[in-house]
Design a protein around this ligand. Structure first.
Ligand SMILES: O=C(O)CCC(=O)C(=O)O
Length: 272
């Protein structure tokens, strides 16, 4: 990563890296997506099961048993890129999240911040959203509130299926109404979106506010988001966070760097 790209990531909280992974990975992700749509695993959000249009489908936490995801995590260049962007010596893996929007999916991805959903704190926590399809912002590519990773805000999570609160347990500030503000001349948010081609990656801070519009197009949109823990990550289980991994599942110690190779394997960097 050039100094310029790293500076942009630090300033904006997001950068697009064109052609981050090659066509072979793209093919494998597309095949994996079809397999999951046909036979979904346990951690699924699905607004319209079984149909070919108007369906937002997400599935996650499969790296331990899905060979494509496992290979991607351990063999693609993404971990090294995440380390370079965040200035981390090491990168541990948190989880994988496959996100599909079928043609004419009316559901937007709500504006949200990732960090409150997750049992971690730390500024060197990053996602790599790798697109396996060509997508314009109007066809549900991602949008961001530029610089919002530096606000020090921690907003209450929302469910992706439009059903409102992610959990009753989480007490937090509600997300500002970005959508209502965006067309106002005095909109205080700088919204940036990225059109993508297959293999492009959007890297973004776990603290940045982001979302995606509906898919107004006639093509399926497929992306694999992987979540990475940099050097300053600490384990922070809290009410209402990600139910796929709890304190019962890990040897990680609250407030400490998560040295648990079963749950959060070291993928990049030295062991010591
Ligand atoms: O793909 C999407 O629509 C949303 C992705 C997202 O929010 C994420 O990867 O954190």
């Amino acid at each position: 990563m050039s100094a310029e790209v790293k500076a942009a990531f630090e300033r904006d909280g997001v950068v697009k890296i064109p052609g981050a992974v090659d066509g072979e990975w793209v093919e494998r992700i597309l095949e994996d997506a079809q397999t999951e749509l046909d036979d979904p695993g346990p951690w699924v959000t699905d607004t319209n099961p079984g149909v070919a249009q108007d369906r937002l489908f997400t599935t996650r936490y499969r790296w331990q048993h899905a060979p494509v995801i496992r290979d991607f995590v351990f063999s693609s260049p993404i971990a090294a890129m995440a380390a370079s962007l965040t200035g981390s010596q090491k990168m541990r893996f948190y989880f994988d999240h496959l996100l599909v929007k079928e043609p004419l999916t009316s559901a937007p991805t709500p504006w949200h911040q990732d960090i409150p959903y997750w049992p971690f704190l730390g500024k060197q926590i990053v996602s790599a959203w790798v697109s396996a399809t060509s997508s314009r912002v109007s066809h549900s590519s991602l949008e961001f509130v530029r610089g919002s990773h530096r606000w020090d805000a921690y907003y209450a999570p929302e469910s992706f299926d439009g059903q409102g609160g992610w959990t009753e347990d989480f007490k937090g500030e509600p997300m500002p109404d970005i959508e209502a503000a965006r067309d106002r001349p005095d909109c205080p948010f700088e919204i940036v979106g990225f059109d993508v081609e297959p293999g492009d990656a959007i890297f973004f801070s776990a603290w940045i506010i982001h979302g995606a519009p509906a898919n107004a197009g006639r093509e399926r949109r497929v992306a694999l988001s992987t979540r990475w823990l940099g050097d300053d990550a600490t384990w922070y289980p809290h009410p209402g966070c990600d139910p796929t991994v709890t304190q019962d599942d890990t040897a990680a110690i609250p407030g400490r760097y998560p040295e648990d190779d079963e749950r959060f394997p070291l993928v990049h960097g030295p062991r010591t």
